[in-house]
Design a binder for this molecule. Structure first.
Ligand code: NAD
Length: 452
């Protein structure tokens, strides 16, 4: 069976590719293993030089990569260029990480060091929302630590990843391979005996399923999964200052961002002012094909997501909630959904309880922050959370209550190469970015010299 890569702005096939069979997966792992044997011998500094050369290659192909991202994913070109910029920044950050042994004790009795060694071949499985950037998040720390990688992109968005593999292999042949497909290729890859770690970003059901497949071999695993991030706007929040940041945190990439703001709880005294500001920003978006100049808001990436998000909006309308969205321009024939604000939704509505992963934000008024926190803390997910307002005991209390992997104050969804990022509960296992994320790509060897 083949894979049709569809442009979500036009529903037209951009490219047709073959799915990898098990034999091809085995070949990809064998090539990566061979490359690992020489790559692991290089010093950390030598690997850093190679990663900088890869970053140069990404920069040199920035326009081509961004065009591929728009055609397969749908985001507007400036956002795709931002994605490529992020890919370069994460690559250079990992290039510069040092990998010296840590000295835990150097006394008359003993010297104890912790060495960090590569694992072998790492399997990376990525989703369709930020296809290039998430591949980079998986691949670069793994390579810097001395591993080789086989990546399996989402079948919806493989093109930018295939181009990335070309760029890496031009600098260091064999270091990064790819396989295509879903269950068959993905499961053959992660269960292959020469694959020593899985790094996965995607939905919670797929992530937990894959982790269960490799549990018996005790392979390392890093999972970045779903979320349903809440933001709490306090009574003392300065709406004029914060509204545009709140809007961006929810609607960036048409809401298809793991740690986007997905439920907004607003103190009643600020409710109308903030809703009006959000609606004005939604109306100012230019919705259309991301390749066209001036377009600020593209389609959602695929039909399933379109059906899911539109059904959530329909359910909200049927519940009597106020659903506010600008009219879509005429003549569009893609998976377009206008940025939508839902006022006063019942708390049991799907768009509040479940992850929408799309351009719709439920905005819920509250009177008592202590009461609202009981709902804001999700039973299953804990990826990110935020509180918006001036410094106060109340703000500190909300920060303390939120149980997510990251808590932002007057911000949301900001990720940086040097700051660890990961979810709690069913939002993930382990961490990416920073030194902590890098170390997840290594095995620890404690070396203890007795001096007496
Ligand atoms: P998904 O789980 O359907 O797919 C993710 C990847 O897994 C794809 O490459 C897919 O082909 C692959 N896959 C699916 N079944 C497989 C199997 N049986 N064996 C091996 N591979 C398999 O998720 P999605 O629809 O691509 O992405 C959307 C979800 O991802 C959302 O829930 C979102 O929250 C989550 N996400 C999380 C983060 C994060 O950092 N936490 C980032 C982006 C997306």
């Amino acid at each position: 069976m083949q894979i049709d890569v569809i442009n979500p702005a036009t529903k037209r096939v951009v490219e047709t590719l073959n799915r990898s069979n098990v034999e091809e997966v085995n070949d990809a792992v064998a090539t990566a293993l061979q490359s690992f044997e020489t790559w692991r011998q290089k010093t950390s500094e030598e690997r850093g030089v190679v990663l900088h050369a890869i970053a140069d290659g990404i920069e040199a192909s920035a326009t081509e990569l961004a065009n591929l991202i728009v055609s397969e994913q749908g985001k507007p070109l400036p956002v795709a260029m931002m994605e490529v910029g992020g890919a370069v920044a994460w690559t250079r950050y990992n290039a510069d990480l040092s990998q010296k042994p840590e000295v835990l004790e150097d006394s008359e009795e003993r010297r104890v060091e912790v060495h960090r060694l590569p694992l072998g071949v790492v399997a990376s499985i990525t989703p369709w929302n930020w296809p290039l950037m998430i591949a980079i998040w998986h691949i670069m720390p793994a390579l810097k630590a001395g591993n080789s990688v086989v990546v399996k992109p989402s079948s919806n968005t493989p093109l930018s990843t295939i181009k990335l593999v070309d760029i890496v292999c031009e600098v260091e042949p064999g270091l990064l391979g790819f396989v295509l497909g879903g269950k068959v290729a993905g499961e053959a890859l992660v269960t292959h005996p020469d694959v020593k770690k899985l790094v996965f970003t995607g939905s919670t059901p797929t992530g937990t399923h894959l982790a269960s497949l490799i549990a018996k071999d005790l392979k390392k695993v890093t999972l970045e999964l779903g979320g349903n991030d809440a933001g709490i706007v306090l009574a003392n929040a300065d709406i004029d200052k914060l509204a545009s940041k709140i809007y961006m945190s929810a609607f960036i990439n048409m809401g298809q961002t793991c740690a986007a703001l997905k439920r907004l709880y607003v103190h009643r005294s600020k409710y109308d002012a903030l809703c009006n500001a959000l609606v004005d920003m939604a109306k100012a978006e230019v919705v259309g094909n991301g390749m066209e100049e001036g377009v600020t808001f593209g389609p959602v990436q695929n039909k399933n997501q379109y059906d899911l998000v539109t059904s959530m909006i329909r359910q909200a309308r049927d519940s009597g909630s106020e659903v506010i969205a600008p009219e879509l321009p005429e003549g569009l024939d893609g998976y377009f959904i206008a940025p939508t604000i839902i006022k006063n939704p019942p708390l049991e509505l799907s768009v509040v309880c479940d992850e929408q992963f799309g351009p719709v934000l439920p905005v819920i008024p509250y009177d008592d922050v202590k009461e609202v926190m009981k709902d804001a803390i999700h039973k299953e997910f804990a990826l990110g959370g935020s509180v918006w307002g001036e410094e106060s005991d109340e703000l500190d209390w909300v920060v303390e209550q939120l149980d997510s992997g990251t808590v932002w104050i007057n911000n949301h969804a900001e990720v940086l190469p040097h700051i660890p990022f990961g979810g709690n509960k069913l939002s993930g296992l382990g961490v990416e970015f920073g030194v902590e994320g890098f170390l997840e790509n290594t095995r620890r060897k404690v070396v203890s010299y007795s001096k007496k």
